[in-house]
Design a protein around this ligand. Structure first.
Ligand SMILES: Nc1nc2c(ncn2[C@@H]2O[C@H](COP(=O)(O)OP(=O)(O)O)[C@@H](O)[C@H]2O)c(=O)[nH]1
Ligand SMILES: [Mg+2]
Length: 329
């Protein structure tokens, strides 16, 4: 076992022992690959997981067609992957179209969206991946969709605010997910690494507020459920609430954007580095180049508010969203 693996690695690695389905194992191994720092000492471990994942994928391929599922995973892209789920016709596809500007198949009848499909949502200088999915119903939640929810960084659960059935839909969906050990939690809940596939930071999106009937759902949910994820009312038709939703999706990902700057030069404000909230100067150095991390001497930091300007800091300095950093080796 190579040295220098972060504690998170061992936490996640433990969950591998309980994983049964090849899909679940793949999800955990991909998580491990995202944690393992890349250097000479970890090359073998990385190769080992890659070959295991390849074998599991072959195993899935060899299954009878009916069990294979249409599309089990979607390659992550951008600053984070957010999966959009909900009952039939709540406006999942319309919402994604409103947020991304990309044509998405929308129709008046249920089950228009049969497979999952990725779209990119621009947010300021970054892009966030949104995944459109088929509806979840009382007797219809495919395994591959559960696996995909487990893989995503966050969940948007879209409900039709104008429909009197929406609160029972919510109950159905939360129960179906719970049966598969998945729980939707609010944005600020800390998620231990070993619970990562099962606890999902979520937002409840109450869509179609342009319709006259859409007024009581918010209060109804408050009475019927306790401890729901945060709710936001929007209309994918009129665009109401769209900008607020975009910002909330960004916050849901719990990431920070960090601009890098060479000494004596202007910062690169066009393409920030994306790091998990809680990351330090050293984490940033690792992402930029492994040599940087080893040779790093100190850094200078400027913050967005202008209250910190060129402050000299050490490698364990906690990065804030939209900090600008100059690394010195
Ligand atoms: N009035 C109104 N209708 C909407 C809104 N969003 C979606 N719809 C309609 O609801 C129906 C279902 O939308 P769709 O996006 O296909 O739902 P999905 O099955 O959840 O993907 C379509 O007829 C949409 O035009 C909205 O914000 N307001
Ligand atoms: Mg759809």
């Amino acid at each position: 076992m190579p040295a220098n693996l972060p504690p998170e690695y061992y936490e996640v690695e433990k969950t591998l022992r309980q994983a049964r389905s090849p899909e679940e194992k793949i999800a955990i191994m991909e998580k491990l690959l995202s944690i393992i720092p890349r250097h000479k000492g970890t090359e073998k471990l990385v190769a080992l997981y890659r070959s295991k994942i390849a074998k599991l994928k072959e195993e899935i391929e060899r299954r009878p067609a009916a069990r294979k599922g249409q599309l089990f995973r979607i390659e992550k892209s951008g600053a984070g992957q957010v999966i959009v789920i909900g009952p039939p016709n709540s406006g999942k596809s319309s919402l994604i179209r409103a947020l991304t500007g990309v044509e998405v198949e929308v129709a008046d009848f249920p089950f228009t969206t049969r497979i999952a499909a990725p779209y990119m949502m621009p947010f300021e200088k970054i892009k966030i991946q949104l995944i459109d999915t088929p509806p979840i119903t009382a007797d219809f939640l495919e395994s591959w969709l559960v696996e995909m929810i487990k893989m995503a960084e966050a969940v948007l659960l879209v409900l039709d605010a104008s429909s009197p059935e929406s609160s029972s839909w919510l109950e159905v969906i939360l129960n179906r997910l719970k049966e598969r050990k998945v729980e939707l939690v609010p944005e600020n809940v800390p998620i231990p690494p070993d619970r990562f596939p099962f606890l999902k930071r979520s937002l409840l999106v109450l869509n179609k507020i342009d319709l006259r009937e859409a007024s009581e759902l918010q209060e109804e949910l408050e009475i019927l459920f306790n401890q729901l994820p945060e709710k936001i009312a929007v209309s994918s038709m009129s665009g109401a609430g769209k900008e607020e939703l975009r910002r909330k999706i960004f916050h849901l990902l719990q990431i920070v954007r960090v601009y890098s700057k060479a000494p004596g030069k202007k910062p690169d404000l066009e393409s920030p580095f994306i790091l998990k909230k809680g990351s330090t100067i050293l984490d940033l150095a690792r992402v930029i180049h492994k040599d940087f991390a080893e040779k790093l001497n100190y850094a200078r930091v400027w913050n967005k508010q202008g209250t910190i300007s060129g402050l000299r800091v050490t490698r364990d300095y906690l990065l804030q969203d939209e900090d600008t950093v100059e690394l010195h080796i």
